[in-house]
Design a protein around this ligand. Structure first.
Ligand code: C2E
Ligand code: MG
Ligand code: MG
Length: 703
């Protein structure tokens, strides 16, 4: 139990370290933000302030005409006053003392400036402040019109005649320069702004309180939505009778319901495999993690369909999907019949299902595997086609084999690989030996990749001899891996791995080029031999295969007729059409084709005779068995007879003794290859071998 809690809390602590969850907004944080009422109050204050400001700016612009009018009236009134007083002064006979009058007036009208002229426009008196008097002609014009005002620069002028009883005494000129309007106005605005700000500041709390009161239903609602428990399914609309809020709440409820439904649909889609309706890998893995984390015994079983790719190709993806759904159903039914309580099934790969079996015993799992294998092997009939199926199983148990879901998956996969590898049974339980082997395999795979980059894969050459004359007619190129530690690895160990890892295309190309260049080199040195290269069916997956053969021939300068490609019988019959499609163009160029290891495949003679082959290579097991197995001579004879009937050349592999060579010649076999003549040799040794070779003839009439 303690182990369980420790495990439970560990990942949580890790998660805290890497990604801190967003803290929930508590009441303290909420109060720090400005509330709705605060915002409304602020907007009201700002609006009042800006409205007042706008008014102050606009007022002087709009009032400009009126202001000018006022100024004109003022200057006219000043001129009238000066003229009237001057007239009274003149009537009283004090005209000569007009100076004193003007001085006295300037005290009374501090903003204005006065000047008095005689009837001939001679200046009689002026206010001390007057610096410049406008030209006499302009003043005369001004005095002629009672309502005229002259503006010069910033200054306003008005002039009046001083006359009484038909006598013109002179002229009164009055002027004043008003203070710049903007100066006054700025002052007004600044003062107003200060006053307004103070007022607004004073009433802001009141506005705030009013806004708060008005918005109370909304803020209350906001608080409720924020504090709402996610599990609370009650409708928001039911909680308010407010005429304005109710429709709003109803639409919030609707949006909420719709988004929840969409979320549920998306979640289901994200975690379910559409073909089988089983949980997908994502959901399976998270369930597995949970099951393993309990610390209780839990078996993980992987069920992998055999050769599913072929089924896809032969029956098409639609039928393959139907078969997959059928397998899912049978696994489910078998699990429920087997009473495996708590079994959880998911689709974890294209042709893989996973089963989490908590608390199951190894015996129960074995029984389930047997029952499920049986159920799957019944096959499926759909759309008039029968789909034959079989499956392999790999199992591992936690906590014994692995402490995490991810590791448990790896171990079950290792067990599955073992199940696929072995032929006797179709299931395996994980154990440590398998892990060691898997690790060694991984190491080997890495070394192979590096070896391929470093050119460690080379060809050796085994001569082929015409049985009758003993003369050399060709050589077979056989791949070898020369490892940096000096060890030489045989193809039986690395070809299957290269095929599985998809490295065979590259490896095959290297051997092909090696062989073509070696044979072209022999030609140049006067040794005219053909060279045979083994081709794996996996190389046909490489769309560049045919081109790479042409390329090797072109680059080396070897004649196509000197190149022979060997394809094993089993590969040739497995997909005869494809082999024919790929091989015909090569054959039309003159490349020869051989069926390798003949007699070991499930011979399909109809298919083989359709293929463009020139050579049959009898598998070495028949040659070896010639002296030990009483049936072997008959089989060899039959193959040779068939080849002869088809007019094809025959090569016997694994010839080790003179007796074997003699027998083969007697039965009309044409060519022999084997240790009797020579083991496979590195390219440089092959030259020397050829030069020192003494023909080893077979004897047709030997006993
Ligand atoms: P294979 O094409 O049937 O090659 C003949 C095998 O028999 C060779 O084994 C050869 O060394 C061996 N052999 C030859 N004479 C004798 C004999 O007298 N007695 C005995 N016991 N064995 C003899 P090797 O080189 O180990 O190659 C094994 C197989 O690996 C080849 O069988 C071929 O199928 C495959 N292989 C070799 N090189 C390549 C390659 O470059 N590409 C591909 N795809 N497969 C290759
Ligand atoms: Mg071969
Ligand atoms: Mg062979």
């Amino acid at each position: 139990m303690t182990a369980h809690t420790a495990k439970d809390s560990a990942p949580k602590a890790g998660a805290m370290r890497t990604k801190l969850p967003k803290p929930l907004k508590g009441p303290k944080q909420a109060s720090k933000r400005m509330g709705l009422a605060g915002r409304v109050a602020m907007i009201a204050v700002a609006a009042a302030f800006f409205a007042a400001l706008a008014q102050w700016v606009v007022t002087p612009i709009l009032g400009q005409g009126e202001i000018r009018q006022q100024r004109q009236t003022a200057v006219i009134a000043g001129a009238n006053l000066l003229a009237d007083i001057s007239r009274i002064h003149a009537e009283a006979g004090h005209w000569s003392e007009i100076n004193k009058l003007v001085d006295a007036l300037s005290v009374g009208m501090p903003d204005g400036q006065s000047a008095v002229f005689d009837a001939n426009w001679q200046l009689l008196a002026k206010d001390g402040a007057v610096e410049r008097v406008p030209p006499q002609t302009k003043l005369a014009e001004l005095a002629a019109d009672m309502s005229a005002v002259m503006v010069e620069g910033e200054r306003y002028y008005a002039a009046r005649r001083i006359e009484s009883g038909g006598t013109l005494y002179g002229y009164a000129v009055y002027s004043f320069q008003p203070r710049a309007f903007i100066d006054i106005w700025l002052w007004v605005v600044a003062l107003n702004a200060i006053v307004l700000s103070l007022v607004l500041l004073a009433i802001a709390p009141l506005i705030y309180r009013l806004a708060r009161h008005a918005l109370k239903p909304v803020t209350e609602l906001e608080r409720r939505i924020r504090m709402r428990d996610p599990k609370d399914k009650s409708k928001l609309a039911d909680s308010s009778d407010d005429r304005l809020l109710k429709p709003l709440l109803t639409s919030i409820d609707e949006v909420h319901e719709r988004s929840e439904a969409a979320m549920r649909r998306a979640l289901t889609m994200a975690y379910t495999d559409p073909v089988t309706r089983l949980p997908n890998r994502l959901r399976f893995v998270s369930r597995l993690d949970g099951a393993v984390a309990t610390g209780e015994d839990v078996y993980l079983l992987i069920c992998d369909l055999d050769r599913f790719r072929e089924i896809n190709v032969t029956h098409g993806p639609r039928l393959a999907d139907i078969a997959l759904a059928g397998v899912a159903e049978r696994l489910r039914a078998t699990a429920s019949q087997a009473k495996l309580t708590g079994a959880f099934i998911g689709r974890i790969g294209a042709d893989q299902f996973g089963l989490i079996l908590p608390g199951a015993s190894q015996v129960a799992v074995s029984e389930f595997i047997a029952a499920a294998s049986h159920a799957i092997a019944q096959g499926f009939t759909a759309e008039g086609q029968y789909v034959r199926l079989s499956a392999s199983f790999g199992a591992a148990i936690s906590p014994r084999d692995a402490a995490t879901g991810g590791d448990l998956l790896k171990q079950a996969e290792i067990a599955l690989k073992e199940a696929k590898r072995q032929t006797a049974s179709s299931f395996a339980f994980f154990d440590q030996r398998l892990l060691d082997r898997a690790r060694a395999q991984t190491r080997l795979e890495e070394e192979m990749r590096e070896g391929l980059e470093r050119g460690e894969f080379v060809a050796v050459y085994q001569p082929k001899v015409k049985l009758e004359t003993g003369e050399l007619v060709g050589a077979e190129a056989l791949a070898r891996w020369r490892r940096p530690d000096g060890m030489v690895v045989s193809p039986g160990a690395f070809i299957p791995i290269a095929e599985e890892l998809g490295l065979i295309a590259k490896l095959g190309k290297q051997v092909m080029r090696d062989a073509c260049f070696a044979a072209a080199g022999w030609n140049r040195r006067g040794i005219v031999l053909s060279v045979a290269v083994n081709v794996s069916p996996h190389q046909f997956d490489d769309p560049d295969f045919v081109n790479s053969v042409y390329q090797a021939l072109d680059d080396s300068g070897l004649s196509p007729s000197q190149l022979e490609l060997e394809i094993t019988e089993s590969a040739a019959v497995a997909d005869a059409d494809r082999v024919a499609r790929i091989m015909w163009p090569l054959r039309n160029r003159g490349v020869r084709l051989a069926i390798d290891d003949f007699g070991t495949g499930h011979s399909n003679f109809a298919a083989i005779t359709r293929l463009p082959f020139d050579v049959f290579k009898i598998d070495q097991q028949f040659v070896r068995a010639l002296s030990t197995d009483p049936h072997a001579p008959a089989i060899v004879e039959m193959i040779l007879a068939m080849a002869e009937a088809l007019g094809q050349e025959t090569v016997a592999e694994g010839v080790e003794t003179k007796e074997q060579a003699d027998f083969l010649l007697r039965r009309a076999c044409t060519i022999g290859q084997g240790y009797y003549y020579s083991p496979p040799l590195p390219a440089d040794e092959f030259d020397a071998f050829v030069r020192s070779y003494r023909p080893r003839k077979a004897d047709r009439f030997a006993a």
